[in-house]
Design a protein around this ligand. Structure first.
Ligand code: KDG
Length: 314
């Protein structure tokens, strides 16, 4: 098995160009997205063996996505194409600097994932299982699948990494809370954004949030603090500052890039601080290019950035 295994829904992504919004745009640029495959691609680019398991429709989008993820060096041997349902679709538009997403993913191939689709030995052979809260938002059988995967990991001593990735277009915060908080209880690394914690715990108070997080077994890594990421471990809160970025082009995918960098650090045996620093660095790169995963850096680029060397292309 790869060192890090993840699974979830990857979808075709169409981006409306020209900042005119979907109602008036004349072109849609095709790509794809999916929080978990973004993380798997990020890890592969950093030189780590990652596996993404999913279900796609046996249709042109499904083929395109599978080839692209496999082409990035991610193991897709446990991913299936099915003719029973189509590949999900999301469309993104940008109007007056505000980006919004429209999902066409109800009854998609991935929404029919169920625990029987999991390969227990494949998960058991990994070091880390990474899941996100998007998968259980897709359907009741996807809740069962995410839960079953976590239980397999725990039975086999595989560490569980969990990014709640709250998507309020998929479910209400009340529904999400009921499913995500029990999953957080089972995680070793809990990777929420501060805004997500505000919603999940219904509070803006950092003290209250800290108290709630300390009830978990996990180390909590809180993204989106005051220009920093927080680490909450053994009652101690540490903040790791963000890297400076010249211009934010597209912030989508930053969280997934962060997770890829953080998990790469964990696999390499880095300290929590160093792992978060690597996560911050990957996130800072992703937001400087369009697309959810395209801007994920490769290992050599990271070394160059850390060494502070310039880059000349000619
Ligand atoms: O984190 C980025 C993802 O949200 C994006 O790639 C698409 O998985 C996705 C979703 O459900 O929105």
């Amino acid at each position: 098995s790869p060192e890090i295994v993840t699974f979830g829904e990857s979808m075709a992504l169409l981006i409306a160009d020209g900042g005119r919004g979907l109602e008036y745009a004349s072109n849609l640029s095709p790509s794809f997205g999916g929080a978990e495959s973004n993380v798997a691609i990020g890890l592969a680019r950093l030189g780590h063996a990652s596996g993404w398991c999913g279900r796609l429709g046996d249709d042109p989008f499904g083929h395109r996505i599978l080839k692209a993820i496999r082409g990035e060096g991610v193991d897709t041997s446990r991913t299936r194409l099915t003719d029973e349902a189509p590949t999900g679709l999301m469309i993104r538009e940008n109007v007056a600097g505000r980006s919004s997403v429209h999902y066409y993913r109800k009854l998609s191939a991935a929404s029919f994932m169920c625990p029987e689709h999991l390969d227990e030995a494949y998960i058991a052979g990994a070091k880390i299982l990474h899941i996100t809260g998007i998968t259980p938002a897709l359907s009741p059988s996807c809740i069962d699948t995410a839960t079953a995967a976590v239980d397999i990991a725990k039975r086999n001593g595989v560490k569980v990494s969990f990014d709640p990735n709250l998507r309020l277009k998929l479910w209400s915060v009340e529904e999400a809370r009921k499913v995500l908080l029990p999953l957080a209880m089972k995680a070793n690394y809990f990777l929420p954004g501060l805004d997500e914690l505000n919603l999940l715990y219904e509070t803006d108070s950092m003290e209250t949030i800290k108290g709630k997080l300390l009830e978990l077994d996990a180390v909590s890594i809180i993204k989106g603090g005051d220009n920093c990421t927080y680490i909450l471990e053994n009652g101690k809160l540490t903040s790791i500052p963000y890297f400076k970025v010249e211009q934010v082009i597209d912030s989508v995918g930053a969280g997934d890039g962060f997770c890829a960098g953080f998990l790469a650090g964990v696999i390499r045996g880095y300290s929590m601080e160093e792992s978060v620093r690597l996560g911050n660095l990957i996130g800072s790169q992703v937001i400087q290019s369009v697309g959810d995963w395209e801007g994920l850096p490769v290992a050599a680029e990271i070394e160059r950035l850390l060494a502070g060397k310039g880059y000349v292309e000619r």
